[in-house]
Write a protein that binds this ligand. Structure first.
Ligand SMILES: [Zn+2]
Length: 264
């Protein structure tokens, strides 16, 4: 059981809000209002969610479809697998719409001559920040479908889903976005110059969102081992799926290859 550290009232409906350690933004289970807790006064926050289009049966069908399709998967993956857990979790995200401009100076050495290069690298992003501190959710791989955004409504949630409050507030999320975007721009500079002499990134935040996204977390068992698959309940896409090694394990795969080579 998580430790209950604070009990306050929802600023909208007065319902009791229970916070656990580390949580800074709490969503009222009665009216769906999101509040930031700083000091002892809750502050209402604009909040939305992605509409789930995939219920439990839909998620199971999508997992089976994923097991059947695509290269690199064992032929018997669907037949020999058993889904051992399936749970829909609402994860908190911030999305920042930013313009980034990096003024750079550097040297291009790959051509054999040392060419000085200067310029501006301009990009715009919808940058995502997960509002939780732990867990290894693949935030960069996840294509958060902002087009499916609707106002937050507890009545529109997947039944028996789990809900996670945010442990990162919007100020910290913005700081993280600025740092990450700067780091990402520096990565992109490596295509333009081989030696970076100077790089300054200006990040302009144009808009931001706080929202909850429904993700199906599932584990399945295949030949005695457990694997994970994450499904976006809004778009239906697989965010990440563990692919087991060829059936029989890697050792047997090698033995099989050896036999084939000396056959005949
Ligand atoms: Zn409320």
């Amino acid at each position: 059981m998580p430790e209950l550290v604070q009990s306050i009232s929802c600023p909208k409906c007065g319902g009791p809000l229970n916070l656990t350690t580390g949580e800074v933004i709490v969503t009222c289970p009665y009216c769906g209002t999101a509040s930031r807790i700083r000091g002892d006064k809750p502050f209402v926050l604009t909040h939305s969610m992605l509409a789930a289009r995939m219920d439990r049966d839909g998620a199971l069908r999508a997992i089976q479809g994923w097991m059947e399709g695509g290269v690199m998967k064992p032929d018997d993956l669907r037949k020999a697998s058993r889904v051992t857990s399936l749970e829909c979790v609402y994860l908190p995200f911030y999305v920042f719409e930013v313009d980034a401009t990096t003024a750079y100076a550097g040297v291009l050495t790959r051509t054999g001559t040392n060419e000085k290069r200067t310029g501006n690298l301009r990009r715009d992003y919808f940058w995502k920040v997960l509002g939780r501190r732990s867990g290894d959710f693949p935030t960069r791989e996840y294509k958060l479908p902002l087009g499916l955004k609707v106002p937050f409504d507890t009545g529109g949630m997947v039944r028996e889903s789990r809900f996670l409050n945010a442990e990162v507030d919007e100020d910290e999320a913005e700081r993280l976005t600025r740092e990450d975007v700067d780091g990402h721009q520096r990565e992109l500079l490596k295509d333009l110059v081989d030696v970076i002499e100077d790089a300054r990134t200006q990040v302009d935040v144009k808009d931001s969102e706080f929202l909850h996204a429904p993700i199906w977390f599932s584990t399945f068992e295949y030949r005695g081992r457990s694997y994970t698959i994450l499904l976006d309940a809004a778009s239906g896409e697989v965010v990440r799926g563990d692919i087991p090694p060829p059936s029989g394990g890697f050792g047997e795969f090698l033995k099989g290859a050896g036999r084939d080579m000396f056959r005949g």
